[in-house]
Design a protein around this ligand. Structure first.
Ligand SMILES: [Zn+2]
Length: 95
């Protein structure tokens, strides 16, 4: 089990590497965990935990579903929004 800081670092690395999508264009469903591995920290989501299923709508048609722990989901949202804010302020609009 990773600490909260390790999980955040892992999420940051995976978003940078394109292994995790950023927090946009998705729907979220909550349910009881059934042992699937979390897309953020790789730990299984047990029956005692809530699993969030994130369904991403891609332009290609195929929807990808990622299971996440609730705490991992929150960390992923924060990190992803921070990246999106940075990108917006870094790219000057020329319109
Ligand atoms: Zn997790």
């Amino acid at each position: 089990m990773e600490t909260a800081n390790q999980v955040r670092q892992l999420i940051q690395t995976r978003i940078d590497a394109g292994q995790l999508p950023q927090a946009k264009n998705y729907e979220i469903f909550g349910r009881q965990g059934d042992g699937l591995r979390c897309a953020c920290c790789d730990d299984p989501i047990t029956g005692q935990q809530i699993e969030y299923d994130l369904e991403f709508c891609s332009d290609m048609g195929a929807a990808a579903t990622l299971p996440m722990h609730t705490v991992c989901y929150r960390a992923w949202c924060e990190i992803s929004y921070a990246i999106q804010c940075r990108e917006r302020s870094a790219s000057p609009s020329r319109r």
